[in-house]
Design a protein around this ligand. Structure first.
Ligand code: ADP
Length: 524
């Protein structure tokens, strides 16, 4: 950016926000905006996206619009900005008609530099008329992944954002922000928001202060009790997938004397607001919640996020787990994995009201998460790769990186599995394959005549559960793929074929991960 604009941006950062320097990515985006370029910024939670639109808003003439779905957060952000000296207001469904009229008048009179608006408002004719009268040089779209059906939080109202480009003259600069976007989601953002040759800024997805753990086969309740009590001084969030489980876990922790609170959509709005507040001010140490406790929680000192159940996809997981360590201090993100939780997620997809094509996407996304739970690769690297960065570095901290169990040669087992999958014509799922390998006396196995296969009973010595686990790891490691559907089918990849041909060996770690447990046992 021209030296003068740069100087201005730095001065605003220093005098209004009190920060000495820009963080990675911020200055580039701000320079782009001040230079008249659209941008698409992918920055992880806590990286400092807000500054990227707040500084230009303060520097430019006219009103900057910020489209955000985070209604519960708007008031806080608006209050904070007014304190820093940037006149700001918001427009959303919490306002009465009277308040709305008042704000419209004030906005039209040029009282504000920044206006936060919920996407639903863009569907209101009255609001659109108001926009036509204003000078709006810049529109920032927060949580931009909400515009994509491929994302984890599609909001139809985001589709109307591009209407702004038809009514605001001259066309404003648009900057889209998100913490998590796969390539497909990024393409959707560019297309639906009609970004014009946007500057693409990705600061990387890795969170260097977070350590990821996947724990399998632990007694979840006992684990939770030990972990939380050992970290009594720290704030943490425990995510569970159902209200009932939230209630149970919360009651259990309270009985143990932990200052825990609950949060889910079944509670009154007052209770939710109260609990969130108590947690924010450290009166509650632990929040047990469904994913309703969500987007935009700005508590910086959360030290751990435990997922009591698997999430429906990697995006949700990373976003929720990413609420740990926003202050840059170490945080732990722990997934307690149990296969039946995958069944629950499948059930939820099946019972949901989405159409078939949406369900197919949901099944595919769920597989991504199941793979995460089984991969032996660095977990941070897996996530970063999931979002499309090919070259991540191993973090050295996660349960995969710190896994010091023996590595075993499982080539023979893998060959049996691949050969069985091939003989079943790559038309069946994990459970059926495991049953055949186990030599199960099962009606369905007989119905297809699989008891005749040479691989029937080839892994008789193992339990079905262990065969399923082995198959999952082989999928996670890329030897096989699962089709996207309610009943995903195993297919072999080129790697599996080269194992079958004896050109490649397969190694796996064999005993369940205990790492984070044993550390706790030592501490306690
Ligand atoms: P995001 O929206 O990307 O999750 P925020 O915009 O909420 O992140 O910023 C996260 C935290 O980092 C906030 O507390 C913010 O004040 C702080 N922050 C942002 N930019 C800077 C900076 N340049 N220097 C120091 N702190 C910053």
């Amino acid at each position: 950016m021209p030296a003068q604009a740069q100087e201005k941006a730095r001065t605003i950062l220093k005098t209004m926000f009190g920060y000495d320097r820009f963080r990675k990515g911020q200055e580039e985006i701000i320079a782009g905006v001040l230079d008249g370029r659209d941008s698409l910024a992918v920055m992880p939670t806590g990286a400092g996206k807000s500054i990227c639109y707040q500084v230009p808003a303060a520097a430019m003439d006219g009103v900057t619009l910020v489209v955000s779905p985070l209604i519960s957060l708007m008031k806080d952000q608006v209050d904070a900005l007014n304190q820093t000296g940037i006149p700001t207001t918001f427009i959303n469904s919490t306002l009465t008609v009277r308040e709305l009229n008042e704000r419209f008048r004030e906005i039209a009179a040029g009282k504000y530099k920044l206006v936060y608006v919920a996407p639903e408002r863009l569907e209101s004719e009255r609001f659109v008329r108001l926009l036509e009268q204003l000078t709006i040089p810049f529109v920032a779209v927060d949580e931009a992944h909400c515009v994509s059906q491929w994302g984890h939080d599609f909001r139809p109202s985001y589709m109307s954002i591009s209407r702004l480009l038809d009514v605001i003259r001259p066309r404003p600069i648009i900057a889209a922000f998100t913490a998590t976007a796969t390539d497909k989601v990024k393409d959707d953002i560019v297309r639906h928001l009609r970004l014009d040759r946007p500057l693409r800024v990705t600061t990387g997805y890795a969170r260097d202060n977070l350590s990821f753990f996947v724990l399998k086969g632990v007694d979840k309740k006992t684990y939770l009790a030990d972990y939380v009590r050992n970290r009594a001084a720290d704030s943490g969030i425990i995510y569970a997938s159902t209200r009932r489980e939230v209630e149970e876990c919360c009651a259990y922790l309270l009985k143990l004397g932990v200052r825990a609170g609950r949060y889910h959509a079944g509670l009154t709005e007052e209770e939710r607001a109260r609990n969130q507040e108590l947690f924010l001010y450290d009166e509650l140490k632990v929040m047990v919640a469904t994913n309703a406790f969500g987007m935009g929680i700005d508590k910086s000192n959360v030290r751990y996020v435990i997922h009591y159940n698997i999430t429906k996809n990697v995006e949700s997981y990373y976003q929720e787990a990413g609420r740990a360590g926003r202050d840059g201090q170490p945080g732990e993100c722990i997934l307690l994995y149990a296969p039946q939780d995958v069944m629950t997620q499948k059930f939820l997809i099946e019972q949901g009201e989405s159409d078939e094509s949406r369900k197919t996407i949901d099944y595919g996304n769920l597989h991504g998460m199941v793979e995460y739970a089984h991969t032996t690769e660095c977990l941070q690297k897996y996530i970063v790769r999931y979002f499309g960065d090919a070259e991540g570095e191993s973090c050295g901290r996660c349960s995969s990186c710190t896994d010091d169990r023996e590595v075993a040669d499982v080539t023979l087992e893998a060959q049996k599995i691949f050969s069985c999958v091939a003989r079943m014509k790559q038309r069946f799922g994990i459970t059926m394959t495991a049953k055949v390998l186990r030599g199960a006396n099962d009606a369905k196995v007989r119905q297809f005549g699989f008891e005749q296969l040479p691989t029937y009973g080839a892994m008789r010595a193992l339990k079905e559960k262990d065969i399923v686990n082995l198959i999952n790891v082989l999928v996670a490691d890329g030897y096989m793929k699962l089709t996207d559907s309610q009943y995903p089918v195993l297919t072999l990849t080129a790697e599996a074929k080269s194992v079958l041909e004896g050109k490649e060996k397969v190694f796996q770690r064999v005993t369940p991960v205990k790492r984070a447990d044993s550390r706790i046992a030592e501490a306690g």
